[in-house]
Design a protein around this ligand. Structure first.
Ligand SMILES: [Zn+2]
Length: 382
């Protein structure tokens, strides 16, 4: 068996996308879009357009299937020959299923950074490969991280947290007598909401400046620098709720982390996750230009692969709440009523929202206590 032709094909595909011919192709596609849809959708943000143009969902799904069918699949050894390895990087196999073969798909990048994203041909998991060695993660985070999280951006973030909790209402409505851990608590924006709802709230973060800033902001809640096991108050466990706000995609060793989260949860405990969705219709439409491929993201989960992660780390069940985009959720979108209905329908039919909201149940007790109402709980046993 010789896969070298695939290498050539792949290399050519890359050369093609960055040449004038590639640009012409993209322009032609845009023109075709214009012919098909006219200018009616021009004023709709690109993050909403793919969900409201008639037929686009099916077209993007067909394009995705074709991309998967055509992209080469290679052994890890072949893949390693293709990529130079930087000092802070490491080659990976699929962390969800152990498959070592690689299907190179995307090369996101912007000013001064770029990386490669592969798909696991066995389970579909999307991840950055080469990844970043865990002990070198600090090199990835530029200073100024905490100042970035203030002002208008902070208000938007808090709104997003509230809407996510609302999507699982009444699970997070009342915090009294409940112990909560926010993993990756940053400057404490979520902990502030949590303490307001009465939670006995704790946080951990790897940015010392953020931790100082958070503790200035907070009243009863407390945040600490380091990993959970470094902080006695947290290592003691017994949490009713653990939250991961836009943290999951940053974890280089998710199985280890989730095993630890599971053991930190009390009987009846819950884990709440907000992360980018690898089934997003926007990813299928924009490829390497997808907004979920940010500089520091390492792994990209879907409703399928996050189930694997939770099952393998001992969780009993999981529920999902579709994400329709911030402005639709907040009721501030400028889309008309019928357009909003169409957007919602397409997000639901394709499991294609740009973000994914996940509620994981530690055990049967958690499912029994919180799994009722409109939530569909998928059991993970076996
Ligand atoms: Zn896999």
């Amino acid at each position: 068996m010789c896969h070298s032709q695939d290498h050539v094909k792949y290399a050519n595909a890359h050369a093609w996308s960055s040449t004038r011919a590639g640009r012409t192709l993209r322009m032609a596609r845009r023109l075709l879009g214009r012919l098909a849809y006219g200018s009616r959708y021009d004023r709709i943000p690109s993050s909403q357009r793919v969900y409201v143009r008639p037929g686009e969902r099916l077209i993007r799904e067909a394009q995705w299937r074709r991309l998967i069918r055509r992209a080469p699949v290679m052994s890890l050894a072949e893949y390693q020959r293709l990529r130079p390895l930087k000092d802070i990087e490491e080659f990976l196999s699929c962390m969800m299923c152990g498959e070592s073969r690689q299907q190179p798909l995307f090369e996101p990048g912007a000013n001064g950074w770029s990386y490669h994203v592969v798909r696991c041909p066995a389970c579909g998991f999307l991840y950055r490969n080469p990844g970043i060695r865990p002990e070198r993660l600090g090199d990835l985070y530029a200073s100024g991280y905490n100042t970035f999280l203030t002002g208008r951006y902070a208000a938007n973030r808090q709104r997003r947290y509230e809407l996510t909790m609302e999507a699982f209402s009444p699970v997070f409505d009342e915090g009294k007598e409940r112990r909560l851990l926010d993993f990756g608590s940053g400057v404490g924006l979520f902990l502030e909401l949590a303490e307001r709802r009465g939670f006995d709230a704790f946080g951990v973060d790897l940015s010392p400046e953020s931790v100082v800033q958070a503790n200035e902001r907070l009243d009863s809640a407390r945040t600490f620098y380091g990993a959970p096991e470094d902080v006695p108050e947290i290592a003691a466990g017994g949490f009713d709720v653990i939250t991961l706000w836009s943290v999951l995609a940053h974890l280089p060793r998710p199985l280890e982390d989730f095993g630890r989260f599971r053991s930190l949860l009390a009987p009846g405990g819950l884990l709440l996750i907000l992360t980018v969705n690898a089934h997003s219709t926007q990813l299928k439409a924009y490829g390497s230009g997808w907004s979920g491929f940010t500089k520091n993201h390492l792994m990209f989960y879907s409703s399928v692969t996050v189930r694997t992660l939770l099952r393998r780390t001992g969780f009993a069940g999981v529920a999902f709440a579709p994400h329709y985009g911030d402005t639709v959720e907040a009721g501030t979108t400028r889309l008309s009523g019928p357009m909003v209905s169409r957007l919602r329908r397409n997000v639901e039919l394709s499991d294609g929202g740009n973000m994914m909201r996940v509620l994981a149940f530690a055990d049967e007790e958690a499912i029994g206590r919180w799994g009722g109402g409109p939530l569909t709980v998928h059991r993970l046993n076996g």
